[in-house]
Design a protein around this ligand. Structure first.
Ligand code: ADP
Ligand code: MG
Length: 728
């Protein structure tokens, strides 16, 4: 039998790590490849520059004449940077990014060649994109999708292509992507938060939602990753026995980054810097081979674009360094999965973080207003927010004994809980002068500024206040942050609108002073949103019970979690806030369900192939070796062979039993898949995959992993966890 196992050191591992020397200062390279403010000033006419700045501020449309001027400037800059092509860069509902490159090069009618790029090409394109998921919004025969320029996210050059961030909409203007609804939600929060912020500062004209994500990922040796059908096709391992050493020693966390990985990171950061992605921190995560990268936070739309761009760039650079990067939420059983914390806040154009406690009572009242409104919004729509992070991959984390739980709750820490408790005790209506003084000086005025560094970090909380921002921790590592950000900003906008109405009514009708009115409404919100606040252990059994008592949702799988999208409450919310029409929402619901089904279908198929084409044949080879050995012993030793060949026989049997079970369960899984495939209703189909097909995966895996333990290493067909997980 030829040795089929690869040596532990693969070609890509043994290659010398490419040493990238960080000679140039990062700040000098920053945004070199971005058509940002500085480049616009340089390459645009004054008129075009002013118009584009105004459009970015207000979201208003840019006239065609101006678009032509901007395109001219953009082209000049792009050509000067060596770009040869341009593309509209967009975010179809697949969750990834898409692009279709066109050359600047064009022929004039008289046959002369020139580089062409006008306002028309900048503003709108019609990619032949009929195969992107649209949830039935766009019948291929009647209308195509259009991409339209998003001037709020600057164009950039990737390799030799000018990339223009765009939204992707149908002929009738319905959103076919993740960016269009995000922009609408950001517009809603801008209007709502500006209105409320003006209670405290009349000069506020605009409020931006800010987002700082933290991207977790795994690196696996490229050659080994390619050798495994599961990693290759699904981005995760469907089988694999736990290695002798996993993450139990916690020796990887914040440990020394291996040289080969460091070279990859340096290269990646260099690229990111030039693309204007402000990456700042990098470190090892808890699991072996797991890492995290986080940038400085930015305006949410730009931040989402930068995260998507980063993921694309990472995949490419990883390959260059002989790695495959895994963004899957749970690539390895028994080892921590990956998430993407979304740090979120609101910032005014006057430079104030609305979720940052300040030095004066007034600033702190402003802080409390946005703080409590956010808590109330999440309480109102906790199930909807949970739905925004539902996916087949993330089901392995949420609700599956991994951080964080599927129940949404908010952690605010003891100090702020005490403040809210005191505020709750404030009397209704007009406040006595004593009460006012007490409130201003001793409650609001005392919110410590040191909070920022001091907030107790409850790592089990899915939505934690961390000093000057909220951190949403359930987002999956492979996800487009636009989805949770759309929901979060929409629900907070809705709440702020309602808040303003209530406060104004108290001022107008009840003759209350502004801060009295604010206190009154906040007090009610504190009372009615209590159930969402939880500072205890989010992983414990006790919390599951307590959450049920509080009537918080606990949707542990995607089909269940998505259902709330079609509730009247959700439909009304998105319609009222002008974020998604009912048909757009329904389309999204269908696309998500479909994606879920497809993911599980592919996993099921790959697992079936692995069992039939790889595992059974390999186990049989080893079984045969054992049998030959037993025969040999018999031929040599005659009747004495029995006691000597006992261990071999025992192994033959053990392997036989696990083979039998693995095959039986695989056949049953294939049957269940067939049945699920025949279901026509999409939600029922997804549920069938969830409840009838998926449970087989772990059962099959259980026997496969046992086989991995008994079959000779040289006969095992897959790279093992110890080979995949420890890069040196
Ligand atoms: P931890 O890992 O402990 O959560 P990090 O320092 O890694 O903390 O992450 C903090 C993240 O919060 C960074 O990505 C940062 O950009 C982001 N952040 C900080 N301030 C804000 C803010 N005002 N709005 C949005 N994100 C923020
Ligand atoms: Mg974090």
């Amino acid at each position: 039998m030829p040795k089929r196992r690869f040596s532990a050191l693969t070609e890509s591992q043994s290659r010398n790590p490419q040493q990238i020397k960080e000679k140039v200062k990062r700040s000098e390279l920053f945004a070199k490849k971005v058509f940002n403010d500085e480049k616009m000033m340089q390459f645009l006419t004054d008129e075009a520059y002013e118009k584009v700045k105004a459009a970015i501020f207000s979201g208003k449309k840019i006239e065609r004449k101006i678009a032509d001027q901007i395109a001219e400037g953009m082209k000049a800059w792009a050509l000067s940077m060596g770009a040869t092509h341009y593309t509209h860069w967009f975010q179809p509902l697949t969750g990834a990014t898409a692009e279709k490159h066109d050359a600047f090069f064009d022929l004039l009618p008289d046959g002369r060649a020139m580089e062409k790029f006008g306002g028309g090409q900048l503003v709108q394109q019609e990619p032949d994109a009929s195969s992107f998921p649209s949830g039935g919004l766009r019948n291929t025969f009647e209308a195509r999708g259009y991409t339209a320029w998003d001037p709020t996210s600057p164009a950039f050059i990737y390799k030799t292509t000018l990339c223009i961030p765009t939204i992707f909409v149908s002929y009738t203007g319905e959103a076919l992507d993740n960016k269009a609804p995000l922009l609408r939600a950001l517009h809603a929060i801008d209007e709502a938060a500006t209105g409320v912020a003006q209670y405290f500062d009349k000069n506020v004209r605009k409020v931006n939602a800010t987002l700082g994500w933290e991207q977790e990922y795994f690196l696996v040796d490229l050659a080994l990753a390619q050798s495994r059908p599961d990693i290759l096709m699904t981005g995760r391992t469907l089988a694999g026995s736990a290695p002798a050493k996993g993450q139990q020693l916690d020796d990887h966390y914040f440990g020394v980054i291996p040289a080969r990985v460091l070279a990859f990171m340096a290269d990646l950061e260099m690229q990111c810097t030039q693309l204007g992605i402000p990456v700042k921190t990098r470190h090892n995560e808890v699991a072996p081979n797991q890492f995290e990268l986080a940038p400085v936070f930015e305006e949410a739309n730009l931040s989402v674009d930068h995260n998507l761009l980063l993921m694309d760039v990472m995949e490419e650079i990883a390959v260059k360094h002989g790695f495959r990067v895994l963004f899957h939420e749970k690539p390895f059983a028994g080892i921590n999965g990956s998430g993407k914390h979304n740090n979120w806040s609101l910032a005014t154009d006057t430079g104030v973080n609305l979720l940052s406690p300040g030095t004066t009572p007034m600033k702190n009242l402003q802080f409390l207003t946005f703080f409590i409104n956010t808590i109330k919004a999440v309480d109102d729509y906790e199930e909807l927010l949970r739905s925004s992070i539902a996916s087949a991959g993330n089901d392995h984390r949420l609700g599956a004994n991994e951080a964080p739980p599927a129940i949404l709750s908010i952690f605010i820490g003891k100090q702020l809980s005490d403040v809210l408790d005191e505020l709750e005790g404030v009397s209704k209506g007009k406040l006595s002068p004593e009460e006012k003084t007490e409130l201003k000086l001793n409650v609001v005025g005392k919110i410590p500024e040191i909070l920022v560094d001091n907030t107790d970090r409850n790592r089990t909380s899915p939505f934690a206040f961390t000093g000057n921002k909220f951190e949403m921790r359930g987002v999956g590592s492979a996800m487009n942050c636009a989805k949770p950000m759309t929901v979060l900003n929409t629900i907070v906008a809705k709440r702020l609108n309602a808040f303003k109405k209530e406060v104004d009514t108290l001022i107008d009708k009840k003759n209350l002073k502004k801060d009295e009115a604010v206190f009154n409404v906040l007090r009610e919100y504190i009372k009615t949103s209590k159930r969402i606040r939880f500072d205890g252990d989010g992983y414990g059994e006790a919390w599951q019970k307590e959450a049920q008592k509080r009537k918080l949702s606990n949707n542990k799988n995607t089909p269940q979690a998505l259902q709330v999208l079609m509730s009247k409450e959700s439909v009304d919310l998105f319609k009222e806030m002008d974020v998604l029409s009912e048909s757009e929402l329904k389309a999204r619901y269908e696309v998500e369900l479909e994606a879920y089904v497809l993911h599980l279908q592919i996993e099921g198929r790959v697992l079936g192939e692995m069992v039939y084409n790889h595992i059974i044949p390999s186990a049989v080879v080893y079984q045969n070796e054992l049998l030959q050995n037993i025969q040999g012993l018999k031929a040599t030793l005659g009747n004495n062979f029995k006691s000597i060949s006992e261990p071999q026989l025992e192994l033959v049997e053990k392997i036989g039993n696990h083979l039998k079970e693995a095959k039986r369960l695989t056949d049953a899984m294939i049957e269940a898949r067939k049945k699920a495939n025949a279901v026509t209703d999409l939600h029922q189909k997804a549920s069938a995959y969830c409840n009838d097909v998926k449970p087989y995966f772990d059962e099959i895996r259980n026997h496969v992993d046992k086989l991995e333990r008994w079959v000779a290493d040289k006969d095992w067909p897959f790279a093992k966890y110890r080979e995949l997980l420890f890069i040196n």
